[in-house]
Design a protein around this ligand. Structure first.
Ligand code: GLA
Length: 815
C-alpha cells in the first residue's frame, strides 16, 4: 500500500512502514523505515480506502491528517547548517545535506557521504543536484527493461495465508542545471513485508558518464549498527561475518570477479548490535543481479548511518549518449523487529513467490542422481546405465549426466564450446541414452557450461574473437578455460542456438548450467573505449540468453551453478529456480554453508547432495545418515557411485528416498528456523508438519539429558513427535559387543563380519503426543544416548550418537 499526502509518502506493508517527504528544496528527506508505525486499525482503514487520490475526499481527510503529523514528528528540525558544513542555498541555509537523512544523495552539493549517484557531465563537472519533479502511484508492478526483476503475476500461489497485492511508486527527480532525469521506482509487497527499489537515469540534453548509480540508499537515524555479510571461496561459501559500524565504512563487495561471487554474496543484513535469530531489529538486503556488486554501511559524526547497495563502481563506468537511459538492478529490502529468523522468513517467502517463477516454482524437486562424483569424466553409456538402473531400483527419480559427454571432453582441458555428443562414450547420443533412462522410469538431465570456451575446441579455432581476451596480449585462464564475450549479440545467438539444439536432442527435463571461472583480461572487441561497461553488458547478454531458453523450454528444471555457489544470487534465481550450493559435499562443512544461505535464500533454491565417504573434497568420513540429514534440507540428490555400495547401504538409501518423498515438501518449502547451536527446523505453512535437525559434533560420555526446543509450531495443535529411525551396524560397537554375546568375538575377525551382516544394534525411538505450546516453550527431553554406560542393546530406550551422528525428528498434527 502506498499513500501520498502533500508530498509525504508512506509505503506500508503488513508489519513495516517506510516514510519520506519532499522538502521545499525538492530533496527527499527519508523519515523512517522499520516496524509499522501505523496503528492496526488505521492500516485497515487505509486498506479500505485503497489508493487515496488527491481529490481531498472526505475519507481521505483522516489519512491526510495522520500522514502529516507523522511526518512532523519524524522529520529532523534544523535551525542552520552547523559549523563547517555546506548550507544548501541562501534561501535554505538551514539545510545541510551532510546531516539530513535522504532518499538519494548526489555528489557535490554538500552531502559528503557515500553517494547514490555520481555523474560526469559533458562540461566536465561532476556535481549533480537532483530535485523532485513528480510522482505517480499505481497498482501492480513495473517490469525493468533490461534486467530481471521481482514480479507479481496477480495470481500468486499463496505462501501460507500470504497473497501480495503490489503497488509501485515512480518518484521523478530532475537535475537542476542539466535536465537529466532520475526515476526512483519503489514496489511494495505487503504480505511478504518487502519493498524493492531501483533507479532509472535518462539524459535528454547531454552525454553523461555514469561513475556510479546505486540501487538502494537507506539513511538511518543512529549509528553503531551491526553489518552482517557472507564470505568464502570456492567450496567454502557463505561464512557469516559481523562488524559493528561506529564510524567509517564497512564494505561488502565483489568488485572484479565479474560475478556475484562466493567471496562476498550480495545478501547482507543490518541490525542492532544485540539482535539474535529470535529477538531484535534487523534489515535484510539483496540485489537482483549477478555481476559485480557493492553493499556498504557507513556512519558519520552526526550519529547517522547510511546503507547503499548496487553495482560495484570500482571497475564500472557507463557512457550515456543524449536521449539514452540506464537502469540499475532492483534492490530488495525487508525488516523485522523479531530477529534474523523472522527476517529470513520474509526473504524466503519473497524469493519463492516473486523471484523464482515458472512451472517449477512451487513444485517439489525430484530426487536425482548426478554422475559427477560417481565417475567424473570416465564413463560409457553402459556404465551410466548401470548407475541409472541402481538409482531407479532405489526410487530415485532423475538421472543427471554431468560434465564429459561432449566433444573430446575426457578432462577439463578441452572442448568447452563444442556442444555435440562424444560418440565414443555415447554411441546412441543423448537421444538414445535419454530413452533408455526414461525406460527405467526416470527423467533425464544434462550438464552444460555455455558461457565458456577452451582454447582446444572447434569453437575457439573458428572464433577466437569470441573469447574474452585483450587482443595481442597474453591472457590468463581459470580451470583451463576462457569466458565467452556475451556482450556480443552473435555470441548470445550462438549460445541460444547451441543450447536449443542440446536441449531438444533427447528427452531432457533438467539442465545444470555451470560457470566455472571468474573473469580476467576484461575486454570486448565491441566495446572499444568503453571497456568499463563490460561486465554489466555481459549480464544483460546472459539474461537475454537465459530468458529465451527458459521461455523456449518452460518445463525443464534448470539448476544454476558456478563451480558450486560462486554465483548464488537473485538474478540467476529469476530464471533458474535452484542453484548448486557448493562443490563441497562434505556433510559437516555443508551445515555451515547451508546455514549461511538460509539467512537470505529458501531451502527450495539450494542444491544439496549425498556423496561418498571418505568425502572427495575433505577425505572426512561421515555416516550415511548424517550425509542424508543435511542434504534433505535442499534440492536433494545423490552424487556417488551407487553400484559400489554395500547392500546395507543401498537398503539405507532406499529408506531415505522413501522418507524424503513423504517429507520433502516440508523440507523444501517449510518456514525455516535456525535454532540453538547447529540445529534448525522447517515447519509447513499450515503448521501441520515439521522436520527438525540435530547433529552431535562432538560426542562425550555421561551427558544424557538433551532438550530439543522448537519454534514456529502452533501452540494449540497436538503433534505426534518421532524420530527418523536410524539403524547402527554391529561393527560400530567395536569390541563392546562382547558385553552382549555368549561367545567372544574378536574385533574385525571373521565372526565379527558374519555377525555384522545379520545383526544390527537397535537404536532409540521417540514417540510422543504433545502440544505445540510445550514444544515451543520448553521442548522435548530426548531419550538418552550411549555414554559409556547404560546401553539398551535390544530395546529402543537408548541411542547411539557418535561424533558427527545426526538425527531428524518429525512432527505431524494428530488428527
Ligand atoms: C563444477 C561444478 C561441479 C561439476 C563440475 C564439472 O565444478 O560445480 O558440480 O559439475 O564443474 O566439471
Amino acid at each position: 500500500m502506498i499513500i501520498e499526502r502533500n508530498k509525504t509518502y508512506l509505503l506500508q506493508t503488513k508489519n513495516t512502514s517506510y516514510m519520506f517527504r519532499i522538502l521545499p528544496t525538492g530533496h527527499a528527506e527519508h523519515l523512517y523505515y522499520g516496524q509499522s508505525i501505523l496503528p492496526e486499525k488505521m492500516y485497515e482503514e487505509f486498506l479500505t480506502l485503497g489508493k487515496i487520490s488527491d481529490d481531498g475526499s472526505k475519507e481521505a481527510d483522516s489519512a491526510n491528517l495522520c500522514l502529516e503529523s507523522m511526518a512532523d514528528a519524524l522529520c529532523e528540525k534544523h535551525a542552520s547548517a552547523g559549523g563547517n558544513m555546506i548550507s544548501y542555498s541562501d534561501e535554505h541555509f538551514e539545510i545541510a545535506l551532510e546531516d539530513l537523512p535522504l532518499e538519494i544523495s548526489s555528489f557535490g552539493k554538500g552531502d559528503i557521504r557515500d553517494p547514490f549517484i555520481h555523474l560526469t557531465h559533458e562540461d566536465g563537472s561532476d556535481t549533480s543536484d537532483f530535485v523532485f519533479s513528480k510522482a505517480t502511484i499505481q497498482e501492480g508492478y513495473l517490469a525493468p527493461q533490461t534486467l530481471p526483476g521481482a514480479y507479481c503475476d496477480g495470481k500468486i500461489t499463496k505462501i501460507g495465508e500470504k497473497e501480495d497485492k503490489t503497488s509501485y511508486l515512480v518518484l521523478t527527480f530532475t537535475e537542476k542545471e542539466y535536465g537529466n532525469i532520475l526515476e526512483l521506482i519503489y514496489t511494495v509487497y505487503p504480505d511478504c513485508d518487502v519493498i524493492t527499489r531501483r533507479a532509472v537515469l535518462k539524459t535528454p540534453n547531454e552525454n553523461v558518464h555514469i561513475n556510479r548509480l546505486m540501487s538502494c540508499q537507506i539513511d538511518m537515524h543512529e549509528s553503531g549498527l551491526k553489518f552482517t555479510s557472507f564470505h568464502g571461496r570456492w567450496a567454502d561459501e557463505m561464512h557469516k561475518t559481523e562488524s559493528i559500524c561506529d564510524g567509517g565504512r564497512i564494505v561488502n563487495e565483489e568488485m572484479a570477479a565479474g560475478e556475484s561471487g562466493s567471496r562476498s554474496n550480495p545478501f547482507v543484513m543490518v541490525s542492532d548490535k544485540d539482535t539474535t535469530d529470535d529477538f531484535g531489529n534487523c534489515y535484510g538486503f539483496n540485489l537482483v543481479y549477478s555481476g559485480n556488486h557493492y553493499e556498504a554501511l557507513s556512519s558519520n559524526g552526526y550519529d547517522k548511518s547510511r546503507f547503499v547497495s548496487g553495482i560495484s563502481f570500482a571497475r564500472f563506468g557507463y557512457t550515456l549518449s543524449k536521449g539514452e537511459s540506464f537502469e540499475t538492478p532492483e534492490a530488495v529490502m525487508t525488516f523485522s523487529a523479531n530477529g534474523y529468523n523472522h527476517m529470513s522468513e520474509h526473504m524466503h517467502d519473497f524469493v519463492r513467490s516473486h523471484i523464482t517463477r515458472g512451472v517449477w516454482r512451487d513444485k517439489v524437486r525430484p530426487i536425482l542422481v548426478n554422475s559427477w562424483e560417481a565417475s567424473y569424466f570416465n564413463f560409457t553409456e553402459s556404465s551410466l546405465l548401470k548407475l541409472a538402473k541402481e538409482a531407479s531400483k532405489l526410487g530415485i527419480e532423475l538421472f543427471v549426466l554431468d560434465d564429459g559427454w561432449f566433444g573430446q571432453r575426457n578432462d577439463d582441458k578441452r572442448s568447452l564450446g563444442d556442444w555435440y555428443e562424444n560418440k565414443t562414450k555415447l554411441p546412441n547420443g543423448l537421444k538414445g541414452l535419454s530413452e533408455k533412462i526414461n525406460a527405467l522410469g526416470m527423467d533425464f538431465g544434462i550438464w552444460v557450461e555455455p558461457e565458456m570456451v577452451n582454447e582446444d575446441s572447434d569453437l575457439y579455432r573458428a572464433h577466437p574473437e569470441w573469447a574474452v581476451q585483450v587482443p595481442n596480449r597474453h591472457h590468463s585462464k581459470g580451470r583451463n578455460q576462457m569466458n565467452l564475450d556475451l556482450t556480443r549479440t552473435d555470441v548470445q545467438d550462438y549460445i541460444i542456438d547451441a543450447m536449443k539444439n542440446v536441449f531438444s536432442s533427447g528427452n531432457i527435463s533438467y539442465v545444470k548450467w555451470d560457470m566455472n571461472r571468474i573473469f580476467s583480461d576484461y575486454y570486448s572487441n565491441e566495446l572499444v573505449g568503453r571497456q568499463e561497461e563490460f561486465i554489466h553488458r555481459y549480464y544483460i547478454g546472459l539474461y537475454r540468453v537465459m530468458d529465451e531458453l527458459t521461455k523456449a523450454f518452460p518445463n525443464i528444471l534448470f539448476e544454476g551453478c558456478s563451480a558450486g555457489g560462486n554465483r548464488f544470487d537473485l538474478g540467476i534465481l529469476c530464471y533458474f529456480p535452484q542453484i548448486w550450493g557448493s562443490d563441497d559435499t562434505d556433510a559437516i562443512c555443508r551445515i555451515d554453508i547451508q546455514r549461511g544461505y538460509s539467512y537470505g535464500y529458501p531451502q527450495s533454491t539450494i542444491g544439496a547432495h549425498v556423496s561418498v565417504t571418505p568425502n572427495h573434497q575433505t577425505l572426512n568420513c561421515v555416516p550415511l545418515e548424517t550425509r542424508f540429514d543435511i542434504a534433505a534440507f535442499g534440492c536433494f540428490g545423490y552424487e556417488l557411485n551407487l553400484c559400489d555400495l554395500s547392500s546395507s547401504e543401498k537398503k539405507e538409501i532406499a529408506e531415505q528416498v522413501e522418507f524424503y518423498k513423504k517429507w520433502r515438501h516440508v523440507c523444501q518449502f517449510g518456514t525455516f528456523y535456525r535454532l540453538q547451536g547447529d540445529r534448525f527446523m522447517t515447519v509447513s505453512k499450515d503448521k501441520k508438519k515439521a522436520v527438525c535437525y540435530m547433529i552431535q559434533k562432538e560426542s562425550r560420555p555421561n551427558r544424557d539429558v538433551v532438550t530439543y526446543k522448537m519454534r514456529g509450531l502452533d501452540d494449540n495443535k497436538i503433534y505426534n513427535f518421532s524420530n527418523k529411525y536410524v539403524t547402527i551396524d554391529l561393527k560400530s560397537m567395536g569390541s563392546l559387543i562382547n558385553m552382549f554375546t555368549p561367545v567372544h568375538i574378536k574385533q574385525n575377525g571373521l565372526l565379527h563380519a558374519v555377525a555384522n551382516a545379520f545383526v544390527s544394534v537397535s537404536n532409540e525411538k521417540e514417540d510422543l503426543t504433545i502440544s505445540g505450546a510445550l514444544l515451543n516453550n520448553c521442548g522435548v527431553r530426548l531419550k538418552p544416548k550411549f555414554g559409556s554406560t547404560g546401553f539398551d542393546a535390544d530395546g529402543d530406550k537408548v541411542g547411539v550418537m557418535r561424533t558427527n551422528d545426526s538425527r531428524l525428528y518429525v512432527l505431524e498434527e494428530k488428527e
